[in-house]
Design a protein around this ligand. Structure first.
Ligand code: C2E
Ligand code: MG
Ligand code: MG
Ligand code: MG
Length: 291
């Protein structure tokens, strides 16, 4: 943080702390208090069945409403939390909010799955599986209603060890989803060795589909390969009708994006769901109520 020695050889330190580093430092020291104060919260983005348009799950996305900086995007503080060793804490916090929400739906006879993002760093935490198991138990939510979204790098970097962790997570009944697929360096055949249930086509491809044949071709290839391997496919970043129709025609299973809905705070999600007809049970055999 301090750099430079004077030409004389006498250390004359001068700060090189720019605005951005200062902000990072502040956010790092404030993260835990922000969770305690409720400044860090979550929003939920609906994911629908591509054929029926029924809502099948929601993705939990973290938000930080900072008293001075305003709204801070997760892309800025997730990485920071990893670096300062607080990502486990943040993950538990988000998981708790997600499962609490899921529990309240269950109390209304609605079995709606919730997805939570897992940072690469989390897979190296030895107590991860235990923490997830305890969180499910604490909220009395069946594992079948939880989806954990992983990124390619996290499972391929150390595929032997993460394979064990993934198998243990899978044994809790939950589903594993490969997020941002296509941006990393894993292949679908590598995924076959792992207990992955679905892939999410990265939005960079989906956003380009309406205007680029190349992106459409990539999406089509991912869908075909994934289906051949017995994986479900979610497209994220669906913003227009043309893309939605293309994906549906390609056999993509689920859709997520601004066309369907932006990520919504709890209350607004509630009204969004109520405004639609029918929440389909995400757990086979579980009685469900039509809203
Ligand atoms: P992600 O998991 O791939 O989440 C999808 C991101 O795409 C979200 O951004 C979402 O708001 C955005 N998105 C959804 N539909 C559309 C669309 O139609 N068009 C466009 N342009 N964007 C769309 P967000 O909420 O800013 O999150 C960014 C990333 O931060 C996430 O990417 C995820 O990797 C990470 N993240 C978010 N919440 C958490 C969390 O609780 N834990 C961890 N570890 N990471 C999180
Ligand atoms: Mg995600
Ligand atoms: Mg994604
Ligand atoms: Mg992403």
């Amino acid at each position: 943080l301090l750099a430079g020695a004077g030409k004389s050889g006498v250390a004359s330190y001068h700060p090189v702390l720019d605005q951005q580093s200062l902000r990072r430092l502040q956010l790092g020291t404030e993260l835990e208090q922000a969770m305690a104060d409720g400044d860090i919260s979550v929003v939920f983005q609906p994911i629908i069945d591509a054929r029926t348009s029924d809502i099948v799950s929601v993705e939990t996305l973290v938000r930080w409403a900072h008293p001075r900086y305003g709204s801070i995007a997760p892309d800025e503080f997730i990485h920071l939390a990893e670096q300062i060793g607080r990502i486990g804490l943040l993950t538990d916090y988000v998981l708790d909010l997600a499962l609490a929400r899921c529990r309240r739906w269950l109390d209304q006879d609605i079995a709606l799955s919730v997805a939570v993002n897992l940072s690469a760093r989390c897979l190296t935490e030895p107590d991860l599986v235990d923490r997830v198991r305890r969180a499910l138990r604490r909220h009395a939510v069946p594992g079948e209603l939880l989806i954990l979204e992983l990124t390619e790098g996290s499972v391929v970097d150390d595929s032997v060890r993460s394979g064990t962790v993934l198998a243990d997570l899978h044994a809790l009944g939950l589903r594993l989803s490969m997020d941002d697929f296509g941006t990393g360096y894993s292949s679908l055949s590598q995924l076959r060795q792992l207990p992955i249930d679905e892939v999410k086509i990265d939005k960079s491809f989906v956003l380009g589909m309406a205007t680029s044949q190349g992106e459409s071709f990539i999406a089509r290839s991912i869908i075909e390969l994934a289906h051949n391997l017995g994986l479900r496919v979610v497209a994220e970043g669906v913003e227009d009708e043309l893309t939605r129709n293309l994906l549906a025609e390609m056999g993509c299973d689920k859709l997520q994006g601004f066309l369907v809905s932006r990520p919504l705070p709890d209350q607004r999600l509630e009204s969004w769901i109520l405004a639609r007809t029918g929440v389909r049970s995400a757990v086979p055999g579980t009685p469900h109520r039509r809203l």
